[in-house]
Ligand binder design. Structure first.
Ligand code: ZN
Length: 436
């Protein structure tokens, strides 16, 4: 049965039903059959829609670029299109504009079909697979298995890189225009609570200009923006276990450029998500100087939360410096300090670090940064400087998230996928919008 016949059959008294009434089919087979039937019906509908579209062979075709008359070169040129409903083939008029040289198919322009390659929704799937899979080979496999999109690894790579590059350019352009004073619009419905998360991580790159073995380590910057609906709960102040408001609809920004450029990029993305209008704004990050500067430059109106996991990591570093790794003293000290930090007893935490720092002694001039003396000494500054971001009991009572795990996951994913060209990281941006 071809699609037309299928469409005719399904017009009867639900012709699709008999197809499912075959004996001895189990549920999995029924689902597969019903799904296939639905897909064929959808394809048939779409094809007949394309056939009836007035733009398919317009009486008076116009150039989509300059508005002059389009000279039709082929009345029924074939176009193969890969869509979420599988491969399609349709015919439509194709012409050239004698005034501006633009060549186009009026139908494709009217429906937003790209001049070549797969359809927009297929591209999105390709980008998502390319960004999340470990390799382009694996992405191609996932696409075929999960979406019936048959492409080679190379095609997946070319398409996702092209999309990613276009998106990166679009973003760079937005940042440029914003920096030159052009305002950026927020969403129609601004969120109650907006959370901006930023993090930096080291990743290994292998670039053309970088011939030494293993590639160079570079610092990558990743930010995430999300909305959340917090539930206030005064009892969470004392709670031992806590789960903050869950992230909804994350947007990512990532860059290997300098912190300044990244800050602007994150700022533009946040404004687009409603940062300006949001009732509550949070900025979650580590307390490193680069992130402090970024926050002060762009997110000064947000409540700062020092990412809980970074804070705890610093405490653990202090404990190891003071007592040595894997010692009972370390375990006991760390546990005690972590509890104090959780309860917001900052003074006690800082006194605890000061005490150990005094015991091991002041750092010598030019002492290596990995030395226990340096670690303890620096962390006194770290905890003092980031005090306002560590009021965890209050943050919990507000129902706010206290960790930046969202961005860290993205940093890891980046690292994993960045063993190739510079363009690959842009691929991740192309799939930046995902539901959690
Ligand atoms: Zn033209």
């Amino acid at each position: 049965m071809d699609e037309k016949e299928f469409l005719a059959a399904s017009r009867g008294e639900f012709g699709g039903m008999g197809y499912l009434m075959t004996k001895d089919l189990n549920m999995a087979e029924l689902v597969a059959r019903a799904e296939a039937a639905g897909k064929r019906l959808a394809r048939a509908l779409l094809l007949s829609r394309l056939e009836q579209d007035p733009h398919r062979n317009p009486a008076e075709p116009f150039c989509g670029r300059c508005g002059a008359k389009l000279r039709i070169q082929e009345a029924a040129q074939r176009r193969e299109l890969s869509t979420a409903l599988g491969e399609f083939e349709y015919q439509r008029a194709y012409g050239v504009c004698d005034r501006c040289g633009h060549t186009a198919a009026p139908l494709d322009e009217a429906l937003g079909i790209p001049p070549f390659g797969p359809s927009v929704e297929t591209r999105q799937k390709i980008c998502h697979a390319a960004a999340t899979a470990r390799s382009f080979e694996m992405a191609a496999e996932i696409l075929e298995e999960q979406a019936g999109i048959k492409l080679s690894a190379k095609q997946v790579r070319v398409i996702s890189e092209t999309e990613g590059k276009a998106l990166a350019e679009e973003r760079a352009q937005e940042v440029k225009s914003f920096r030159s004073g052009k305002p950026i619009a927020g969403p129609e419905q601004p969120p109650e609570l907006i959370v901006v998360v930023a993090d930096g991580g080291r990743i290994q790159t292998r670039q053309a200009d970088d011939e030494q073995e293993g590639g160079a380590w570079k610092e990558d910057k990743v930010g995430a923006i999300y909305e959340a609906t917090p539930r206030k709960d005064p009892e969470a102040r004392e709670a031992e276990k806590y789960e903050g408001a869950r992230a909804q609809m994350k947007t990512f920004a990532a860059s290997m450029t300098d912190w300044d450029e990244f800050g602007w990029m994150l700022c533009v993305e946040a404004i687009k998500r409603g940062y300006v209008q949001a009732k509550e704004k949070l900025f979650i990050s580590d307390g490193a100087q680069s992130l402090r500067t970024l926050r002060q430059d762009h997110f000064n109106g947000a409540t700062f939360i020092l990412d809980w996991y970074h804070a705890v990591e610093h405490l653990s570093g202090c404990g190891k410096a003071a007592f040595g790794e894997n010692t009972d003293e370390y375990a006991a000290w760390y546990k005690k300090m972590k509890t104090k930090l959780w309860l917001g007893e900052l003074d006690a935490v800082i006194r605890g670090i000061e005490k150990e720092s005094a015991r091991v002694g002041k750092p010598q001039p030019k002492e290596h940064e990995s030395s226990p003396r340096v670690i303890l000494h620096r962390n006194i500054g770290y905890f003092n400087d980031n005090r306002d971001g560590m009021d965890y009991p209050r943050f919990r009572a507000e129902g706010w998230p206290i960790g930046s795990g969202v961005a860290e996951g993205a940093v890891k994913q980046f690292g994993m996928r960045l063993k190739g060209s510079e363009n690959q990281k842009r691929v991740l941006q192309a799939s930046r919008q995902r539901e959690v």
